[in-house]
Design a protein around this ligand. Sequence first.
Ligand code: ZN
Length: 133
Amino acid sequence: MNIVDTTTCLLCGTEDETRDHVFFQCRYSQLCWKGIKDWLLWQNESNNLDVVIRWIERRKTGTFRLEVCSAANIALVYHLWRIRNDVLWNHKLLISDRCIIRIIDEVINRCNNVDVNKLSINDRNWPRKTITR
Ligand SMILES: [Zn+2]
């Protein structure tokens, strides 16, 4: 069953499609990571899956901000895979800005379910609801 007849990345069309390329090294993925990191004012490197998994593991005992960054990590990996598959099956590539906005909306929606009384004053209005450019 040959579903994909090429090893070329479906997001950029120029490099071989490997796990680390699709999720971290691809130009498309890097634009999305940059957008999410800029939104969260987040300095940490997430340049391979091992780092992301460590983020997810730390989330269990972390602060609210760590939980939000982890949720954004998870959402971005999930969406990159969905976007890649949408190119494969439907020949549609979502522009990276739309991907970033979707993730922000999803993370904000999750944050809205948190009891603000359990958050510090500094965390109550974080993360911002929009990207500042
Ligand atoms: Zn690529």
